[in-house]
Write a protein that binds this ligand. Structure first.
Ligand code: ZN
Length: 159
């Protein structure tokens, strides 16, 4: 079966940055299963897998615009210390969650200053060229329920 829209595709992958540092990998656990053609994964990777079959192995380089987008400098801002609960032990690199207009949003703490906390609302991989080592391990038709939800249901519950 070939990877196409409405197929559930399972891949093992290792993601590295330009310096060859591993950012993420499925090799220690379950493959990543996603619903093809529904924007469940970044466009650059989805395109590279189109038409592939079980056993397909590839090295895929994804530019930021086909990945997590360019970094938006406007998404980096300072929030006064008073906005945070005093028991929060904030440190650079930590992620904080807030309720945004369109649901929960995640910010990365950049640094603490005398006046506040510098937060970055960009995706941690925004602006990065991504290098995937990918192998297709399963391709199956999606169930009706999966198509209705627009995502894969695995044995681990869902959502
Ligand atoms: Zn669902």
């Amino acid at each position: 079966m070939k990877t196409a829209r409405d197929k559930v595709v399972a891949v093992h992958y290792t993601l590295t940055d330009d310096a060859g540092q591993v950012l993420d990998s499925s090799s220690e656990g379950e493959p990543l299963a996603y619903l093809h053609g529904h924007g469940n994964i970044i466009p650059g990777l989805e395109k590279a897998l189109e038409g592939s079959q079980v056993g397909f192995k590839s090295k895929v380089t994804v530019a930021p615009k086909e990945g997590y987008g360019e970094q938006n400098p406007k998404a980096i801002f300072e929030e006064p210390h008073a906005s945070f609960s005093p028991d929060m032990k904030l440190a650079p690199g930590m992620q904080v969650h807030a309720e945004g207009e369109h649901g929960p949003v995640t910010f990365t703490v950049v640094k603490l200053t005398d006046t506040g906390v510098v937060l970055d609302g960009n995706h941690p991989l925004a602006g990065k060229t991504l290098h995937f080592d990918v192998e297709v391990v399963d391709v199956r038709p999606a169930t009706k329920e999966e198509l209705a939800h627009g995502h894969v249901h695995t044995g681990h519950g869902h959502h």
